[in-house]
Ligand binder design. Structure first.
Ligand code: GDP
Length: 376
């Protein structure tokens, strides 16, 4: 099974917590629907956080979708925690950026977007809260274009507006359905909006990928998905999906899109090489001190003694855990490309690298001016 490390980035209040809950519910990771207002949300480990409803501590939650493991990294949206946001961005293979369907691009969405640019994180967008009074997908698309400087490419359109919002039309699937009889171009679109979006899709794809896609109509469904994946990874265009986390609309298509369009593996790494694992989060939990690592190279095994490159001391890995919504699973080992939580690591802090003593490596530049090794 492949592993994908995904994050959800958003301005505070855009609906990241609600969306995460719906995703975990949809993937069967949790059996009870968590609600933000009753304080049972599973990604919020910290009781303080439940009270405040602000995601202040990142955690990785693992679930299975379409035959792959997805590690969902809960990146904080609060602007005061930008160092933590940046560290969690670094470990991602891809991200879903959530926008409020009424507010569109907000200052914090802009700052996480720029940070994701710096780390080259491929993104798709999810316009949430389309059930709210004043929600307007077109206006959000315009604000994405104007404020983020990328071309939004809607692959879905809402059915119904505001309180009458009922769900989404998948334009990719629609094309697939109609293309079978070869009448896409002649067939009347379901609405003027749908026609506009489809034209935009055709133009965007044709403009950027002339060689691969001379005419949208002549390509197979697989090629179209690949083209959208290329667009997503090429920058300049962002695939936009929409829905309402609150009403549980658009969640499964979003997961499918994340798998389809963000599916390129991240920085590869060699499972047989020397260990290099970035500690990106340390969290107290009822399981003890959890040290979250992204493994860039090598393999970590239960019982391994590793070297904390910044702290300059050894650590012993007691257990390797995958944290799921309502349980955790201990595994014997984890390889390059994966994100897991370690127990038994006593002193290593976020930003350090766990490696071998023989071949120490630091994946993250120290931010302070303090020299790593003082020369006497
Ligand atoms: P976060 O700060 O981004 O994690 O946002 P939350 O998930 O905590 O959501 C903020 C508020 O918006 C909560 O009151 C949610 O119930 C509400 N909310 C989230 N998604 C939707 C949605 O799709 N529609 C509506 N109307 N409200 C939503």
């Amino acid at each position: 099974m492949r592993v994908r490390n995904l994050g959800i980035l958003a301005h505070v209040d855009a609906g990241k917590t609600t969306l995460t809950e719906r995703i975990l519910y949809a993937t069967g990771a949790t059996h009870k629907r968590g609600e933000v207002h009753d304080g049972t949300t599973v990604t919020d480990f910290d009781p303080q956080e439940r009270d405040r409803g602000i995601t202040i501590s990142a955690a990785a939650v693992t679930f299975e979708w379409d035959g792959d493991w997805i590690n969902l990294i809960d990146t904080p949206g609060h602007v005061d925690f930008s160092d933590e946001v940046e560290r969690s961005l670094r470990v991602l293979d891809g991200a879903v950026v959530v926008f409020d369907g009424v507010a569109g691009v907000e200052p914090q969405s802009e700052s996480v977007w720029r940070a994701a640019d710096r780390y080259g994180v491929p993104r798709i967008a999810f316009v949430n809260k389309l059930d709210r009074a004043g929600a307007d997908l077109d206006a959000v698309l315009t604000s994405i274009r104007d404020r983020l400087g990328v071309t939004p490419l809607a692959v879905q359109l809402p059915i119904g507006r505001e309180d009458g919002f009922e769900g989404v039309i998948d334009l990719v699937a629609m094309r697939e359905l109609t293309w079978a009889d070869g009448v896409l171009r002649n067939r009347p679109a379901r609405s003027a909006e749908a026609l506009t979006a489809r034209k935009a899709l055709e133009e965007a794809v044709a403009e950027r990928h002339e060689g691969a896609l001379r005419e949208l109509g002549n390509v197979s469904d697989g090629t179209l998905r690949l083209a959208l994946q290329e667009l997503t990874h090429g920058g300049g265009i962002v695939v936009v999906l929409c829905g309402s986390a609150y009403r549980n609309k658009g969640i499964e298509p979003l997961l499918d899109a994340a798998v389809d369009y963000l599916s390129r593996p991240g920085p590869g790494g060699d499972a047989g090489g020397d260990l290099a694992a970035l500690v990106f989060k340390v969290q107290a939990s009822r399981l003890g001190r959890l040290t979250y690592v992204r493994i860039y190279d090598g393999t970590v095994r239960k019982g391994d003694v590793v070297w904390d490159a910044r702290g300059g001391r050894t650590e012993r890995i007691a257990r390797i855990l995958r944290i799921q919504a309502d349980r955790h699973t201990a595994v014997e080992q984890a390889e390059a490309g994966d994100i897991v939580a370690l127990t038994g690591v006593k002193a290593a802090t976020a930003g350090t690298t766990l490696c071998t003593r023989e071949r120490p490596v630091l994946l993250e530049e120290p931010r302070t001016a303090e020299p790593l090794v003082s020369v006497a």
